[in-house]
Design a protein around this ligand. Structure first.
Ligand SMILES: Cc1ncc(COP(=O)(O)O)c(C=O)c1O
Length: 435
């Protein structure tokens, strides 16, 4: 073998601290507002749904937050994750670009989401929480929280968006295997779910509706707290282990990325890879282009408005300053590729507003075309969500070929798609349409 294509780190290299970009933003992040008073949200007001230790992280301006040892020990089940160079994809595209990917699909739940579900369960257990409530779309987040709750012996109650509950049974089964309870959302277990069902008994559900149900469940059940798998500052914070490891691995590969890509749903895997590189942009004057890639069917970054909006459909969460399509936006149900959230992480939105990052949107047929190309050359069947980043990488690699200019591309392969094969089957049978 003449060259290394796989860059591994030792367990001792698992980061010892999470990186908080809020310490380095050139302008402060606008605060969340109370939905009633429209004044900045006091920390105590969040205690109805989150434990105090996570609220402190949410509001922290500390640059580094130490990762507790019990969390690092669990991270060691799958971290550090590998960085690979996609030499076969480069060859298939006949591109002078070098393509690297950080692979988060090696985790027990198959995606990056466990990087935050584990610390969230840990901090909740420390705070005395007995039960966590959450929502999930295609099931990646629900499965990740179910896994973390099983390790910390906590109950886990999950509202799963109805289309996915019906069409994607395997992650529901995975959640059951880890001991969680899973309900199709809208459900008849909450006032809000019953209201939505009364208006539209066939409602396919949406993440915003499932969030409203999980929040209602939390405030009406003592000992329960709410857990969110994306969007919030502390979730982005926990994901920065991805980028911190990648910086070391790129050094070991002897290259610096020119362009960095990750898909964007609520923004957390993007934040995880990008924020440590944004630090280098701000503090070391690096010139990376950093691109968030979203579906054309749910284009909050490229078509949304930057304004205060609710995180859920019912309008019960704090108002966050973010790029949003409106909290009542429901993505078309023919869209198979995940990433169905109406808004975007306030931190990712702020980075876009400040010009530190860019955004692109792709239609789902292009996304699956890129996913198949990747699978047939690199072997891994990527999660449909992650494949948005692959579509953008392929387009950039083709531009490099056309311009005859080499460049180093890096992307986050946030999960595998082995439980998303029905979407692949639909694509391969020509059943996916663009909206
Ligand atoms: C594999 C994978 N990647 C990306 C996402 C999008 O979420 P986020 O933008 O928070 O990373 C999801 C969402 O469930 C996912 O399962």
């Amino acid at each position: 073998m003449t060259r290394n294509t796989r860059f591994e780190l030792e367990q001792a290299d698992i980061p010892s601290a999470w990186y908080n970009l809020n310490a380095d933003f050139p302008e402060p992040l606008p605060p969340p507002l109370h939905p009633g008073s429209k004044q900045p949200m006091p920390a105590e007001a969040l205690e109805a749904i989150f434990p105090r230790n996570l609220i402190e992280q949410e509001m922290s301006a500390e640059k580094w937050i130490e990762i507790p040892e019990p969390v690092r020990e669990i991270y060691a089940l799958w971290r550090p994750t590998p960085l690979l160079r996609a030499v076969r994809l480069e060859k298939a595209l006949n591109t002078p670009a070098h393509i690297y990917y950080k692979y988060e699909g090696v985790s027990p739940a198959g995606s990056h989401k466990v990087n935050t579900s584990v610390p969230q369960a840990y901090y909740n257990q420390l705070a005395g929480t007995k039960r966590l409530a959450t929502e999930t779309g295609a099931g990646q987040w629900g499965a990740s929280l179910a896994f973390a709750c099983s390790l910390f012996r906590m109950e886990c109650n999950i509202y799963m968006v109805r289309v996915s509950y019906d069409q994607k049974p395997y992650r529901r089964m995975l959640m059951h295997a880890w001991g969680a309870s899973v309900h199709s959302s809208p459900s008849n277990l909450t006032h809000y779910g019953r209201k939505v069902l009364a208006e539209d008994p066939q409602c396919p559900g949406a993440l915003g509706i499932a969030i409203s149900e999980a929040v209602e469940d939390t405030v009406s059940n003592p000992g329960t707290k709410y857990s969110l798998g994306s969007v919030l500052n502390h979730v982005c914070l926990h994901q920065t282990v991805i980028g911190e490891e990648t910086i070391k691995q790129m050094e070991n590969a002897g290259e610096e990325p020119d362009v960095i890509f990750a898909c964007c749903g609520g923004g957390s895997n993007f934040a995880g890879l990008a924020f440590p590189f944004i630090r280098k942009k701000i503090l070391e004057g690096k010139k990376y282009r950093i691109v968030g890639v979203e579906p054309s069917a749910c284009p909050s970054l490229t078509q949304g408005e930057l304004r205060y909006d609710f995180g859920d459909t019912a309008g019960t969460t704090p108002l966050m300053m973010m790029y949003t399509l409106g909290h009542d936006f429901i993505p078309p149900s023919i869209h198979a590729g995940g990433l169905r959230y109406h808004g975007m992480s306030p931190m990712v939105s702020h980075a876009l507003k400040l010009g530190l990052i860019e955004a692109e949107a792709y239609h789902q047929t292009k996304v699956f075309e890129a996913a198949i190309l990747f699978a047939r050359n690199e072997g891994i069947v990527p999660a449909p969500e992650s494949s948005h980043a692959i579509a953008a990488v392929v387009a950039e690699a083709i531009r490099a070929r056309e311009e005859g200019k080499a460049r180093v591309l890096l992307f986050n392969l946030s999960g595998h798609g082995l439980l998303d094969l029905s979407s692949y089957e639909s694509y391969l049978h020509g059943k996916l349409q663009d909206v």
